[in-house]
Write a protein of this length. Structure first.
Lengths: 647, 422
């Protein structure tokens, strides 16, 4: 949380740049406070110059720094003032009582990695233990009765206090949806999503999956506003990243030793040692995966000016960076025993570094000379890696690469070079301070330019959450939403490649996905997504729209404020007013009452959702007004419409 | 994007244009029958099946004369000699025997349609499923950060400027790594879902579909407008075909399994002329650490599904067989020695199957030394003697006409092994 305290002075400094210093000294503190007032606001200057109204500016801020405006968010933001709103979002100090009460039943998301390891062992591990403990006959596996086998395994897990890993995964996914939908610290969640994707790890890789909840919680979220170097080093040391990009296994190659032994290969003792070393060569050794991706994807960028030799040398610098053994089974047990024999000061003396789940093992580290990007690393143990990462974090290529990525996310898909340059300058001047970079960005005229408004295509996740927020929906069970997000083309947390999801409209809008976006709108508005409740009448203060035309106008304004919907309305009116269709729709709807089980194909019922076992009381049965079905259809079409796909 | 659209109707509708002018009615009718409802020129299609979990190639296609294998697998080894109690291997060439549950492959192998490559694998010796699949699908075995998948690059290299949304299709719920990338490709788990849907309210869905079609038609957002148009055209195309009551040709019997259903839907798309050129399906359950069985059991069920599905697809293709090639792939093979729980652990090389008229079939390609310990990789696994990229590249070249290996498989400059004709 240290990073948050540093934010206020940064904003002040930015303000200082705009208002000449001597003037400020003369007018004193009183005037300073008025900078946060609407009249002389910094941001107001910027957006008014761009020709935006207050409401348009407020909407743009909400579109860029939240997961979408809720009803009345524009008014609330303007009441607070744009500058103050933005600085509040940078501070992320809202208590989030509503969110926390919604998360209260998710017990697994707060566990440490070690606890997760104990409670959620992987399936093959459980099976091995069950066989070893004589609970399951190994011959019955996959040949015997599947159900009986499953029951036996479940009974074994119960007796041991184990829980299925899917339960952890599901709680983790659910918490992401709830945070995005309900956290008042919206920018923190948006940035958590951004940085997670930048430092992507994937649930599809079993070895790192169980460490991912803690990764997002302890490594990403607390660092999203702070110094980039802190974020980089925290990810480098996290079990999730160490497993995902294999650095946990990277060990000083024994090639040099072997070359030395070759010279004396006649000696039978040396010969034996050489043979052993040869055997180990393939099992242990240097793994370049992390070293390459940390340069290509996390810092310098692919054209950032490094060579293959830099990659290999950096990999050597990072040998010995691994995880502290956890759990009582698997490969970790032996190592843990070894470590337990030594006390902390002995470990330290020998060059070990134990920091949470991270462990530096000196005898796996390559002690030779290494040169990365012209900088020499020698005999520095753990510190070599820290120095390397710090060097990368502060490199001009990194500043440019990171600022471009931020601008693509927050400005538009093809941001102007001028705004990237401004942000890069701040990045380099402020020691990679992310809040300072964002402040520079939001004050730049390019941020408010007309070609930045509504220019970003929502990812499926953003679409789903923004729809839920626009309709002020109550999510009692988040997982069915996830099923839809996946259908629309974004399997959140499962993106396999370390690149993370591409951040450009073209990627998200392929044909199959587009139809599913439309279907999502219809399903959501029609109350067909179980666990998501909406009250369309309440959105309009329980005023019943007099006609489909009126419904279109009223709800269009609520869901898509500040947008010119004249065309949309003109186009839709004839369809929606066709009396035959209206009648048919209502007839069909009254025959087929919605069911709560809709769209829930996943049959594993996990405890994360178990608090909501009650079926939603079919709200459409009770006609609050005659054209209820039509209203749902109108709202569904608005959410599936092209305008709502943009932000 | 707009230029892409110009091509859409050029293929199909041109025929009608001419027909209306001067051709006899029966010709136009025949043309209509051939062309409707597909609007695209039929091209060749490559169908890839990923066997996730790592198939034991030594059990699928067993070097049954190898005494080392027999010794290493006391309860898993099967013989080609006829037996009364157990089904025996199908002798392919006096050296290799096909698993008895793959008898469906016997005739296509004999006819020279089915080729097998043994000893195929990755130059990267990782034995992690995730890493090995990742490398195989990205096509860059030493680079994790490659953004695109090889099949997506293949779609790009086809060089066909076409507006079909179905040029690259994966019959999976989300896009596989093989299809990651900038070229259009789509994941569809069920063709019937490719529609505007409102449960139990077809008229509502109809109305919504019309509303959406109109809204996307009038939007100023170029990308949304084009993709919207493509979507609705594709949707209408599928609607005209009765995907629900599809009857495979030649009495082909698809197994009622995930893979069987995927291949059946790929066959439908091919017959519909929707412009499908690269298709992808998955098959699971190959990670047989425990009791993999012999002539019965988990492995037998898996290979049975694989071979029956592929052969059903082949038969269903009938006169279109020249246009399709099916290729299987798996991330690695399994240990030569069986483990303590009646299964096999993660190994190195496996084998793969390629079915098509362009295939140099009826032959087990590749090199395999006898399985003495000194011939094994790391003293335990069947050695990789053929780089998977060599086979993938040859199939892409000979079947789809893609020969830019520097793009399809960057960092690789190996040659082909001659398992395709032409």
């Amino acid at each position: 949380m240290i990073s948050h305290i540093a934010i206020k002075p940064i904003i002040m400094k930015t303000l200082l740049r705009f208002f000449y210093l001597p003037f400020l000294l003369l007018t004193g503190v009183l005037l300073l406070s008025s900078f946060f007032g609407n009249k002389t606001s910094n941001l107001a200057n910027a957006y008014k110059k761009a020709g935006l109204t207050d409401r348009q500016a407020a909407l743009h801020l909400l579109n860029r720094f939240t997961f979408g405006p809720k009803p009345n968010d524009i008014e609330e933001l303007l009441k607070i003032g744009t500058d103050k709103w933005f600085s509040q979002q940078l501070l992320a100090k809202f208590s989030d009582a509503d969110l926390n009460s919604r998360l209260a039943n998710y017990d697994a998301i707060n566990l440490s990695n070690e606890e997760v390891n104990k409670i959620f062992p992987k399936n093959p591990q459980v099976l091995r233990m069950a066989i070893k403990d004589g609970f399951i006959d190994k011959d019955s596996v996959q040949t015997g009765d599947k159900k009986e086998y499953r029951n036996k395994l479940n009974a074994y897990m119960d007796s041991k206090g184990f829980r299925p890993t899917q339960e952890l995964t599901r709680q983790f996914i659910n918490q992401k949806i709830l945070r995005a939908a309900y956290s008042e610290n919206q920018l923190q969640e948006v940035l958590t999503d951004f940085w997670f994707n930048h430092f992507n790890v994937s649930l599809s890789k079993n070895d790192c999956a169980m460490y991912i909840p803690a990764y997002e919680r302890d490594v990403i979220r607390p660092n999203v506003f702070g110094k980039f170097s802190n974020l980089l080093i925290a990810t480098a040391k996290s079990p999730a990243m160490l497993f995902y990009l294999d650095n946990f296994s990277s060990v000083a190659s024994n090639e040099n030793e072997m070359a030395a032994m070759q010279k004396d290969a006649q000696n039978p003792k040396v010969k034996a040692a050489l043979a052993k070393a040869q055997q180990n060569k393939n099992k242990r050794g240097l793994n370049e995966n992390y070293a390459r991706e940390v340069m290509e994807l996390h810092t310098l960028g692919v054209d950032g000016g490094y060579t293959q030799s830099d990659v290999t040398q950096a990999a050597r610098v990072l040998t010995g960076w691994t995880i502290y053994p956890m759990g009582t089974y698997g490969g970790g047990a032996a190592m843990l025993k070894q470590l337990d024999k030594l006390d902390a000061s002995t470990l330290e003396k020998r060059g070990y570094v134990h920091d949470g789940d991270f462990l530096f093992v000196p005898n796996r580290h390559d002690k030779g000379d290494k040169v990365v990007l012209g900088k020499k690393f020698a005999d520095g143990g753990y510190q070599e890696g820290v120095d390397l990462l710090n060097m990368l974090a502060h490199h001009p290529s990194t500043a440019k690469f990171i600022c471009t990525k931020l601008a693509v996310r927050f400005v538009n898909d093809n941001p102007a070079q001028s705004i990237i340059d401004k942000m890069t300058k701040t990045f380099l001047a402020k020691d990679g301070d992310i809040s300072a970079v964002l402040t520079t960005m939001v004050n730049a005229p390019e941020f408010w330019a007309k070609n930045s408004l509504d220019e970003k295509t929502k990812s499926p996740f953003e679409l789903a959450i923004s729809a839920v927020r626009a309709l002020d929906a109550n999510i009692t069970q988040p997982y069915p939403l996830y099923t839809w997000i996946n259908k629309m083309g974004q399997k959140v947390y499962y993106y396999q490649a370390p690149t993370g999801f591409p951040d450009k409209g073209q990627y998200w809008i392929n044909t199959g996905a587009l139809l599913n976006r439309m279907n999502f709108g219809l399903a959501l508005a029609g109350q067909k997504i179980s666990g998501v409740k909406i009250n369309l009448a309440k959105l309009n203060n329980n005023h019943e729209p007099e006609s489909t035309d009126a419904a279109l106008r009223t709800y269009g304004k609520i869901i898509l404020p500040e947008r010119d919907l004249a065309h949309t309305i003109d186009r839709l009116t004839p369809f929606l007013n066709d009396p035959n269709l209206v009648q048919k729709v209502n007839q069909a709807a009254s025959k087929n009452k919605p069911t709560s089980a809709m769209e829930q194909t996943d049959d594993e019922m996990m405890s994360g959702d178990s608090m909501v076992k009650t079926k939603p009381s079919a709200p459409l049965n009770k006609p609050t007004f005659a054209n209820n079905e039509m209203l749902a259809q109108v709202v569904g079409v608005i959410i599936g419409a092209p305008e709502f796909q943009k932000r | 994007m707009t230029s892409r659209r110009g091509f859409l109707k050029a293929g199909g509708l041109a025929v009608f244009g001419i027909g209306l002018g001067g051709l006899p009615t029966f010709v136009t009718q025949a043309a209509a029958q051939i062309k409707q409802p597909g609007l695209f020129k039929r091209r060749k299609t490559l169908v890839c099946i990923f066997q996730r979990g790592a198939m034991d190639g030594l059990m699928a296609v067993t070097p049954f004369t190898d005494e080392y294998l027999k010794a290493a697998r006391p309860t898993l080894f099967m013989s080609a000699a006829k037996s009364d109690t157990k089904k025996s291997l199908i002798d392919l060439d006096g050296k290799f025997g096909l698993h008895p549950s793959m008898s469906a492959f016997q005739s296509v192998f004999k006819d020279g349609r089915l080729g097998i490559v043994h000893g195929i694998g990755s130059p990267n010796n990782t034995r992690s499923h995730f890493d090995a699949q990742d490398y195989m699908e990205s096509g860059t075995p030493f680079k994790k950060g490659t953004a695109s998948g090889w099949l997506n690059r293949a779609v790009g290299l086809l060089g066909h400027d076409t507006a079909t949304p179905f040029q690259g299709v994966s019959l999976t719920s989300s896009l596989p790594r093989s299809f990651y990338g900038d070229n259009p490709s789509v994941a569809i788990s069920n063709l019937q879902d490719f529609n505007i849907q409102m449960r139990g309210n077809p008229s509502g869905a109809n109305m919504a579909a019309k509303s959406f079609e109109d809204l996307y038609d009038q939007t100023t957002q170029g990308l949304l407008k084009d993709t919207g148009k493509d979507s609705f055209e594709a949707m209408n195309m599928l609607k005209k075909m009765d995907t629900k009551n599809y009857k495979p040709a030649n009495n082909a019997q698809y197994p009622n399994t995930a893979l069987g259903n995927s291949l059946k839907q790929i066959a439908q798309l091919i017959k519909m002329d929707v412009g499908l050129e690269v298709a992808f399906a998955e098959s699971g359950g190959w990670d047989t650490h425990f009791n993999q069985g012999t002539d019965t059991g988990i492995f037998a069920r898996n290979v049975n599904d694989l071979s029956e599905s592929m052969v059903a697809f082949w038969n269903d293709m009938g006169t279109l067989q020249d246009d399709v090639t099916v290729m299987t792939m798996t991330e690695f093979g399994r240990t030569v020695k069986q483990n303590g729980t009646g299964g096999t652990d993660h190994g190195r090389a496996s084998c793969n199957f390629i079915l098509g008229n362009d295939v140099f079939g009826g032959k087990v390609h590749g090199k395999m030394n006898e399985l003495a310990i000194e011939n094994l990789e790391d003293g335990r696994d069947l050695a990789v003697t053929t780089d998977f990229r060599s086979v993938f590249s040859e199939v892409a070249d000979k079947h789809l006409g893609i020969n830019k290996d520097n793009i399809l498989f960057p960092d690789w400059d190996g040659g082909h092994i001659g398992m395709m004709r032409g």
